[in-house]
Design a protein around this ligand. Structure first.
Ligand code: FES
Length: 115
């Protein structure tokens, strides 16, 4: 099967605490954190560069998308206890969310503490 026409990017939506939305076009296979940093989104600090030691890439995933994500690893789960903003049932570390075609349209909100 030729894959030449398969899309190589997805569009994801990051919403600031005040409701301002940013639509990002990102390559499939990158992390949500890398897509946000590349787009200059202030609310994703990602101080550790994605090695899961900073928890400054915390996002609240829109509940409607949660079922499409792999559950957090034990390490991610532990780091989610260290976030500056309160953890919610939809909290994730964006450096651990690999963008797949199934996540085209993903919506996530940024915590107020990362500004
Ligand atoms: Fe540091 Fe995600 S970028 S934990």
């Amino acid at each position: 099967e030729r894959m030449a026409d398969a899309p190589t990017t997805v569009t994801v939506q990051l919403v600031e605490p005040d409701g301002t939305g940013h639509a990002l076009v990102a390559p499939i296979g990158t992390s949500l954190m890398r897509a946000a940093v590349a787009a200059g989104i202030d609310g994703i600090k990602a101080d550790c560069g994605g090695v899961m030691t900073c928890a400054t890439c915390h996002v609240y995933v829109d509940p409607g998308w949660l079922a499409r994500l792999q559950p957090p690893s034990g390490d991610e789960d532990a780091m989610l206890e260290m976030t500056a903003a309160p953890r919610s049932p939809t909290s994730r570390l964006s450096c651990q969310l690999q963008l797949t075609r199934a996540l085209d349209g993903l919506v996530a909100t940024l915590p107020r503490t990362q500004y």
